[in-house]
Write a protein that binds this ligand. Sequence first.
Ligand code: NAD
Ligand code: LMR
Length: 332
Amino acid sequence: MKEINVAVTGGAGQIAYSLLPRLISGETFGSDTKVNLRLIEIPQVVDKLQGTIMELIDCGFEQTGELIATSDIKEGVKDADWILLVGSIPRGIVIDGKKIEERSDLLKINGGIFTDQGSAIGKLAKSDAKILVVGNPANTNALIGMHSANNSSQQWFAMTALDANRAKAQLAEKAAVEISSIKNMIIWGNHSPTMYPDPYNATINGVSAAEVINDNLWLEDSYLPLVQQRGKAVIDARGASSAASAANAAIDTVKAVINPTKEGDCFSAAVVSDGSYGIPEGLIFGFPLRTNSTGKIEIIQGIELNEFAQTKIKVTTEELESEREAVSDLID
Ligand code: NAD
Ligand code: LMR
């Protein structure tokens, strides 16, 4: 069997609980790949990971390699092929008597985590390591981590696959079609309420979803806010942020990155902008991506953006620029 090293921060959290078994079951990295898993937690929680490790052993997967729990980020990310940065504070919890409601609150609390983690990854993880940031605010955390890593041969992603899955599910329900008939679902911009889930370029059985649904009022006034605010709706209903669906989206992202993308489709994740579509260089921005046959990740070019799309993309770009400004001291 091949062997890979995968590090996950926030190993004792809600998302990790759904995520970890699927990383070592053969489903994600293939049945021919043994996965050595490093679970990383803060010192106060790291002991609990022994229970998680017992459960992972008890799953009895053939692809399970070495399982380690650590609070030392350097030990966790050394020689890692993949690093999933999940560990951070979710919205909805109370800190010092204040309920954390907005992503801007998270920016201050969580941003600092990503400097040390980024720096360890840049120095110690494999030169071709892939890093997926799940912890919010995911795009700007990835920006901070990538700057601190300062290693251009590694590749950073922020997760927007959950938004894409939500966006597909709502289109499928409205059009009364199977989810598998929906392709090319692009989430432009930030993983936040300003994201732009693009129904004009998404396709249903090869035809523009907007054309099939033929109800622009619904698309622009109901569908968009529903997808944009779905994270909050889950928090309000569940009393905790989405975990099973977030873990599922993380698995989807890893698979999309390591397997070639089918013709006529794309996958959604935020990566560093190279100026494509006029997005300022350096922002971590949700783009339409494809993995080509040599394993390279490309931003798909030439997607048409109507006036509505351009207005929405401007809003999410401005939000990401203001987040970048707010953390300027962490990315100098
Ligand atoms: P959780 O509170 O259940 O777990 C987070 C874990 O991270 C905790 O166990 C905590 O001890 C740990 N942690 C905190 N700081 C750490 C550090 N420096 N190093 C290692 N571990 C650390 O939260 P959760 O529900 O698992 O969510 C985790 C994050 O994912 C939150 O920020 C949440 O908002 C975000 N999220 C993102 C998406 C997305 O689509 N991008 C979706 C859902 C949730
Ligand atoms: C989500 O989209 O479910 C997460 O990012 C949680 C949140 O705070 O919205």
